[in-house]
Ligand binder design. Sequence first.
Ligand SMILES: NC(=O)c1ccc[n+]([C@@H]2O[C@H](COP(=O)([O-])OP(=O)(O)OC[C@H]3O[C@@H](n4cnc5c(N)ncnc54)[C@H](OP(=O)(O)O)[C@@H]3O)[C@@H](O)[C@H]2O)c1
Length: 273
Amino acid sequence: MTLKLAGWLVLVGAGKMGGAMLEGWLERGLGGDEIVILDPGPPPEIEKLIADHHIAHNPPVESVSDAAVVLLAVKPQIMDQVLPGIVSLKQSNPVFLSIAAGKTIAGFEAHLGTDAAIVRAMPNTPAAVSRGITVICPNANASAEQTATCKELLEAVGTVAAVEDEALLDAVTGVSGSGPAYVFHLVECMAAAGVKAGLPEDLAMELARATVSGAGELMHQSPLPASTLRENVTSPNGTTAAALDVLRGTGAMEKLLTEAILAATNRSKDLAG
Ligand SMILES: NC(=O)c1ccc[n+]([C@@H]2O[C@H](COP(=O)([O-])OP(=O)(O)OC[C@H]3O[C@@H](n4cnc5c(N)ncnc54)[C@H](OP(=O)(O)O)[C@@H]3O)[C@@H](O)[C@H]2O)c1
């Protein structure tokens, strides 16, 4: 990472997601002396990183006079309590980058002012193994440079896409934000079906887990579209075709996933604040 920050990178909340990002930045060469962490109780592994890299931890917020980026990574439920305590960071015109699910740009502007540069991001859990996908949406005050910096910071934990219309983040939440859970449930269903087909429970789970993670990795490494990868393993009248006839024949799986993703999208709209 050849990040050029014009001031401090302030991490507010160094838990699972903030911690994963911190690890990514340090691995990519960002100096501990460029980071400030505000978190009253980070997990032990983050405490160790703070000590090893001599990162400033919980200095008085007013003393941080030169913030360039403020990453907001606390739970959505406490965001409204946390924001009033960090408003003073605004004096250096940083970009506030939020990864909190459901917290809207308007909600941040209510605390930070309508002149604050804000980038709202929706990451997902594979970020913990640097394989996340995050979608970002900047407000009108965020400069192209600030948005690019946010993108680069988020690339420490995976790939990044951008949208201009904040409303799309509800559907993003439905597809990629909540999506890992659908895949984990697919593994559960495949394992249960394997048991019904006669396999011992342990072996069925091992096969389902390895198949889903292996197919995911294959797709990750291959430039081919998912449809081609599917066709490549489906011979006419073969075993895979017999199963796909059930999944695709009546559009059953697509209908179910559409219903599921629309439910998540609508729930995201309900929760937005
Ligand atoms: N985890 C995910 O996969 C995921 C995916 C998408 C989006 N997100 C978003 O990422 C954000 C963080 O989630 P997470 O799973 O990383 O949560 P987390 O592990 O609970 O991390 C939040 C951290 O903030 C700390 N904290 C609590 N009060 C604070 C305060 N007043 N000031 C500063 N820090 C404070 C917490 O400390 P304590 O533990 O002591 O309270 C914890 O270390 C959430 O907004 C979530 O919506 C997470």
